[in-house]
Each structure stands twice: as structure tokens, then as C-alpha cells.
Design a binder for this molecule. Structure first.
Ligand code: XMP
Length: 509
């Protein structure tokens, strides 16, 4: 495996994904992990990520300098390179003007890192500091007009640094550079495959579970479906699934989930009809956080009540993904362990007395999708847009009522179906309707109307941490608007949300 030490870079996850694209397993670790601990993990290479700090300030995040003596190849990227230089006798200074954007980089050394690349490459820079002097142990490999040490290498040890970001798509040959690092410099074989991953996970689940039962919550989304598919492969009829219909699902969702389930899994499915319970707990509540809190609570209650009816169930499976594990700090070697401990990934089973199975906790979303396909799930399911746990409640602004949900469900279904019909569903990452608590005047036929407005939200994103609004064609927007206003009673106005994240979020609540 390769490990990435995270110095607070927005790109650390991206680095890990790029490495995994080379079929090499990659894990993100906290930056201050002792070298001893890193050595125990036996990585074939260490990547030091970028970060927002300056190496010359007192409290700058640092790595254990001993890691440069482990004999393991190291690649420092941006801040990571500056750290390596500073640790080994170089000098880092503030640049007169922050460099952000594309640059032409000239490579003048035939090192392993740049093998097979042209002499001039386009790279992406994003830094306020740079290395102004290197010590004798390093030699320069590449430069740009403004950056004399765009890439460097240690003369004797396999230690490399680059000021630009090979992990971003704006460095078109960056993937090749990372490939050279992990395969040629580190000697990884590039044999880590999702198929092998699945096989290993299936065997692990079998030996852990024995002949007990496993409960899995199904939401109709990608993650829980892939978990169910993996478990079904492993233990077949010992799997019981629970679908909680909280009345906040999309149009025809329950029917669709049951259909898909019975097609792919010949095992036990419990459908909990809980609309009344959720409507009751949401009555009179319009504050978003309180809505979420109540929904989460009601969900746990429903799940608990159903789970106790299932005999011999000792395990609960969850679709926790690698980004959740990193962000929650649940991985004690992970970067978030030093920063925050917010949501409790394993809160539910602890209360229930179950043991937890999280077979996807090492995977990124795109890997989960690939795994789903490998396990035989249909593309239509695997490529579904994500849907938030609190469901339509966070898209029905203000107080949630059955009537409002009915309107929202219809409008939402038009948005999604029209985007699918235009062949743009896969090109957008998440598309939906939001019912606004705003009434405005309109005219329909000869009559004045005073009805609600719907916002269309459609975004494109890789990781859902940042997102840009989709540039949907005007004709498509026009069709969606006309259909919603004509077909959904109670709506006389449609708006398009053109905010990016940040500063807006993807959901409205
Ligand atoms: P935001 O609105 O924070 O959303 O930009 C980012 C992504 O997370 C989804 N989301 C949730 N998913 N439970 C979930 O399982 C939640 O409470 C929740 N809130 C937001 C959102 O749909 C988007 O994909």
C-alpha cells in the first residue's frame, strides 16, 4: 500500500483516489503519525500532501522527520515538498505573489518520476510559498518561469518533491507522474482490484458471521444496495433487510426498491410503514436542524422495533464509506482523529447490542459503484444520484406536511425524468426539486393565481464537498418548467438554482 499523510489539503482524498486508479491500495493518515507507526503499516511509499500552512511558522503541521530515514520512497507535493526540503536543509520563502493556476513546466532530468513524459508539461500550481534554496542532497528536476524548483529529487535516497499538483485534472499528465512514482519508484505491482477486494470481503464476512443473521438497512441508494449485494453473496438467506418508508421518499420509491430487491435477492425483506410516525414528529417543526434531529431519532426507533423481531440477528451492516470514516475520525490513524469527532458512524448498533459490519469502509464512492456493477447490480441502480437520509423533508422548506410532500414528489419526478430523457442524468451528479415556502402571483387562463414556487437544483461534483451548478440546456429547463407548472397543482413559478458549493450547500436545508 501507499500512505498519504494529510497536512490539511483539500486534495488529500484526490491523491488517494489517483493512486487507487493505478490499482494500488492507498490510505490517508494523520500527518503527525510517528514514523514507527508508519513503518508498522509497511507502506511501499509515502506521499506528503499539500496544505494551507507555511512551513516556517511555529505551529505548522509537521511530520515525524524520522520518516525520511525509513528507506521508504517519499513524494512531497506542494507543502509536502516544502516540508521535505526544510527537514533536509533547504529554505522555503513566501513568494511575492501567490501562484494559482496553470503553468508550463520544463523537465530537464531523466528521473524515474518523469519517465515517458515530454520535456514540457502543463501543470497546476496553487501556492503562496515556495522552495528558494535546496541543500546539496537534492537536485532540481524541473522548473517553471517563476518556480526554479518545480520538482526535485534527493541525490541518494528515493525522496522526491514537486511544487505543482499532479493529482488534479488540470495537470493532464499528473496521473502518469503518480503512476511512475507508485509503480517504478515504489515498486508497487498495481494488482489491487475490486474483484479481489470483493472476494476477500466475502470470505471475511463468512468467517465473522458463521451461521448468525445479519440485518441491513436498505434505502434504495447505491451504498446500502452494494452492502446488501456483498452480504447476499457471502451469506445468502442469512441476510435480513429493513426498508423504513418514512413518507419522505421520492415518488414510487418503495415499489421500486421492493422490485429491485426481489429481483436480486432471494431473502427476507421487512418494510416498515412509518409515514404517520414521521409526520407526527415533524408537525409544526420548521427549523432544519431540528427536523433532521427528529427524523434521525424516529428512524432509529423504527429500526430498533423491527430489528428485535428478527431472530438470531447478531450483526448490523452499514454502508459507511471511506470519506465518512476519514471525516468522522473513526480511523485512529486517520487525519480527522486530530481535528474533530463529529458524527458517530457506529451509534446505532451500539445501542442495539449488535456487532457492526462495514464492508465498504475502505472504498470511495466511485469504487463502490464499480463494485456494485461487478456484483451484478444494474447500471440504473448503481448510477442513481445520492439521496439524503432525511429525504424530501430537507427539500420541503419550512414545515413538512403530506400535501407539500405530494407536490414536491411530483415536481421532483418531472425534474429527474426530463434530465434522464435528455440523456444528462449521468452527466449531472445530483438533480432534484425543492419546494419553496414562497407564494407569488401568477396568471393561468384568465384567473389570477397565488401559488408556491419550486426551485430546480442540479449540480456536478466529484466528491460532494464542492460542487458547481449544472449548465443545463435552456430547452431542457423550459420543458421542466412548463411541465411542472402545467402538471403540478399548486405551483405557478419555477426557478433555477445557480449557486455553487461553497458558499451554498447542495441541499437547501
Ligand atoms: P450538502 O447539502 O451538505 O450535501 O452540500 C452534500 C451531500 O450530502 C447529502 N446529504 C446527506 N446525506 N444524510 C445523508 O445521508 C444527510 O443528513 C444529508 N444531508 C446532505 C446531499 O444530498 C449531498 O449529496
Amino acid at each position: 500500500r501507499i500512505v498519504v499523510l494529510d497536512f490539511g489539503s483539500q486534495y488529500a482524498q484526490l491523491i488517494a483516489r489517483r493512486v487507487r486508479e493505478q490499482n494500488v491500495y492507498c490510505q490517508i493518515l494523520r500527518h503527525d503519525l510517528p514514523a514507527e507507526r508508519i513503518a508498522e503499516l509497511a507502506p511501499k511509499g509515502i506521499i506528503l500532501s499539500g496544505g494551507p500552512s507555511s512551513v516556517y511558522v511555529q505551529d505548522a503541521p509537521r511530520c515525524d522527520p524520522e520518516l525520511f530515514n525509513l528507506g521508504v520512497p517519499v513524494l512531497g507535493i506542494c507543502y509536502g515538498m516544502q516540508l521535505a526540503c526544510e527537514a533536509l536543509g533547504g529554505k522555503v520563502d513566501h513568494t511575492p505573489s501567490r501562484e494559482y493556476g496553470p503553468a508550463k513546466c520544463t523537465v530537464h532530468d531523466d528521473s524515474l518520476l518523469f519517465r515517458g513524459l515530454p520535456e514540457q508539461i502543463d501543470v497546476w500550481m496553487s501556492h503562496g510559498d515556495q522552495v528558494s534554496a535546496i541543500s546539496d542532497v537534492f537536485k532540481p528536476l524541473a522548473e517553471t518561469n517563476t518556480c526554479p524548483y518545480a520538482a526535485i529529487a534527493h541525490r541518494e535516497l528515493p525522496i522526491y518533491g514537486m511544487q505543482f499538483h499532479p493529482e488534479v485534472t488540470h495537470t493532464p499528465l499528473g496521473g502518469q507522474i503518480l503512476r511512475n512514482f507508485v509503480l517504478d519508484v515504489c515498486g508497487c505491482e498495481g494488482t489491487w482490484q475490486l474483484g479481489d477486494f470483493a472476494q476477500a470481503a466475502i470470505e471475511q464476512i463468512r468467517s465473522l458471521v458463521g451461521d448468525a443473521r445479519v440485518i441491513c438497512g436498505l434505502s434504495g441508494g447505491v451504498d446500502s444496495s452494494v452492502v446488501a449485494a456483498l452480504l447476499y453473496k457471502a451469506i445468502g438467506p442469512q441476510l435480513s433487510c429493513i426498508l423504513v418508508d418514512n413518507g419522505l421518499l421520492r415518488k414510487d420509491e418503495q415499489v421500486m426498491v421492493i422490485q429491485e430487491f426481489t429481483k436480486h435477492f432471494k431473502t427476507d425483506l421487512h418494510v416498515v410503514e412509518a409515514e404517520d410516525r414521521f409526520m407526527e414528529t415533524l408537525e409544526g417543526i420548521s427549523e432544519p436542524q431540528e427536523k433532521r434531529r427528529r427524523i434521525g431519532h424516529a428512524f432509529i426507533e423504527c429500526f430498533k422495533e423491527e430489528a428485535v423481531k428478527i431472530k438470531d440477528a447478531h450483526f448490523l451492516a452499514q454502508g459507511t464509506l471511506y470519506p465518512d470514516v476519514i471525516e468522522s475520525g473513526a480511523d485512529l490513524d486517520g487525519p480527522a482523529a486530530t481535528i474533530k469527532l463529529h458524527h458517530n458512524v457506529g451509534g446505532l448498533p451500539e445501542e442495539l447490542g449488535f456487532e457492526l459490519i462495514e464492508p465498504l469502509r475502505d472504498l470511495f464512492k466511485d469504487e463502490v459503484r464499480r463494485l456494485g456493477l461487478e456484483l451484478g447490480l444494474p447500471e440504473s441502480l448503481v448510477w442513481r444520484h445520492p439521496f439524503p437520509g432525511p429525504g424530501l423533508a430537507v427539500r420541503c422548506l419550512g414545515e413538512v406536511t403530506r400535501e407539500k410532500l405530494k407536490v414536491l414528489r411530483e415536481a421532483d419526478s418531472i425534474v429527474v425524468n426530463e434530465i434522464k430523457a435528455a440523456g444528462l442524468y449521468r452527466e449531472t451528479s445530483q438533480s432534484f426539486a425543492v419546494l419553496l415556502p414562497v407564494q407569488s402571483v401568477g396568471v393561468m387562463g384568465d384567473a389570477r393565481t397565488y401559488d408556491n414556487a419550486v426551485a430546480i437544483r442540479s449540480v456536478k461534483t466529484d466528491d460532494f464537498m464542492t460542487a458547481d451548478w449544472s449548465r443545463l440546456p435552456y430547452d431542457l429547463l423550459a420543458r421542466i418548467s412548463t411541465r411542472i407548472i402545467n402538471e403540478v397543482a399548486g405551483i405557478n413559478r419555477v426557478c433555477y438554482d445557480i449557486s455553487s458549493k461553497p458558499p451554498a450547500t447542495i441541499e437547501w436545508e
